[in-house]
Design a binder for this molecule. Structure first.
Ligand SMILES: CC(C)(COP(=O)(O)OP(=O)(O)OC[C@H]1O[C@@H](n2cnc3c(N)ncnc32)[C@H](O)[C@@H]1OP(=O)(O)O)[C@@H](O)C(=O)NCCC(=O)NCCS
Length: 175
């Protein structure tokens, strides 16, 4: 798929590249972030970051990728990431995101979700974009609501994390 860069007011969205591993590991290895993400191990190591960058580089080369992740780049550093996964062609995908704690509360993710939603509907020609959040994650829920995502319901024991079954809230935006 064509790899693209999207400019925003405080950051750029761009694909992962070699060299991102150290800032990725540094900024994502934070329990306050990881507790809200399903698939990220804690601690998040440089080895994890290398595997993730490699996986994304392979995925960008596919004509029909199943996921597409952008780096949230400030001054060349990976300060966060936003992407879509479980892409089903011309139909739907799940969005997910995180941001380094030192950048929280500046409106960055509100803008990033807006941009990825346009990317999903226009470039991937999706009809439905959805996200899961834990009930306690008010910041993420507000970020979705600001961008046209609607609360669709509670999925009981939908997530399994740290040997516990957790409820998920489901939000979706349809075109
Ligand atoms: C969720 C997260 C991405 C929000 O990013 P952010 O750039 O700080 O969010 P923004 O500054 O764009 O704020 C978006 C909205 O959330 C609100 N918000 C931000 N942090 C908040 C907090 N801690 N508590 C309550 N509301 C909060 C903002 O006020 C804003 O809403 P408003 O405009 O109605 O006031 C960030 O906190 C994060 O990375 N958390 C850990 C990982 C995570 O939860 N990922 C999502 C998993 S579903």
């Amino acid at each position: 798929m064509k790899v693209q860069t999207i400019r925003a007011s405080q950051f750029i969205l761009r694909p992962f590249k070699k060299g991102d591993e150290s800032s990725l590991a540094k900024n994502l290895n934070n329990k306050k972030i990881i507790k809200n993400l399903l698939l990220i191990p804690s601690p998040y190591t440089l080895k994890d970051a290398k595997e993730w960058v490699d996986k994304n580089l392979k995925e960008y080369k596919k004509e029909k990728p199943s996921m597409f992740n952008f780096v949230i780049d400030v001054d060349g550093e990976v300060v966060g990431s936003i992407g879509v996964r479980n892409i089903t062609e011309h139909h739907m995908a799940e969005i997910g995101y995180w941001l380094s704690e030192s950048y929280w509360g500046k409106g960055i993710m509100a803008e990033a979700v807006k941009l990825i939603t346009v990317f999903g509907f226009k470039e991937l020609r999706l009809k439905r974009m959805y996200a899961f959040t834990y009930p306690s994650n008010i910041a993420s829920q507000k970020t979705l609501l600001k961008n046209g995502y609607v609360f669709e319901g509670i999925l009981k024991k939908h997530a399994y994390k740290n040997k516990k079954f957790l409820d998920d809230y489901l939000y979706a935006n349809v075109k």
